[in-house]
Design a binder for this molecule. Sequence first.
Ligand code: ZN
Length: 194
Amino acid sequence: MISSQEIQKNKMVHLNNVVSQRIKIIDQTSFILSESSFQEANNLRKFYLEKMETIAFDTIIIHKNTSSMNDDLLASRIGLIPLIIDACVCVDNEVCDVCCKTIRFWSKTNRVLSQEISELCKPGIIVCNLERDQEIDVTVITRKGTAQDHAKWSLFDAMYYEPQSKTSFKFLIEMNSEIIPIESIIEMGIRYLK
Ligand SMILES: [Zn+2]
């Protein structure tokens, strides 16, 4: 079991290297990459938009669904719920218990909200509405993927940069959900640039 203090320490170690010294966080939606080039800035942008791995619900098994929503629509709504799981650097996500979690949930609630499925879900998203005597019983399995596989693995609505000079680039991020702090996003970028 790793304490949050140790995680914090690890993060500081990660950030305390040459690449990170070239990145300066401005706020939760922007940072500056300096001593860089157009090519590196482009590569970093492409990494974030296409290659960065995140975790989403991949397999959705509907055991029972008596709601007015059909199974396909229910599954696609569940699949798009953002998950609050930090990036995982495992090689084989099929056997990793951070990336691959199986969760079964059953609900008869009037308004089924995302947090009923798991505390990993971004809360407050309506999954479906149920009338009296209607219910859903679903198993979901998470998997690591990239936005190239499917949009549900994308964290960003937009990601672009404005050159400040020939060697300095201001990155602007539009997240589709504010679930991952910019420090973690930058850490993944640093790992990619190293
Ligand atoms: Zn993993």
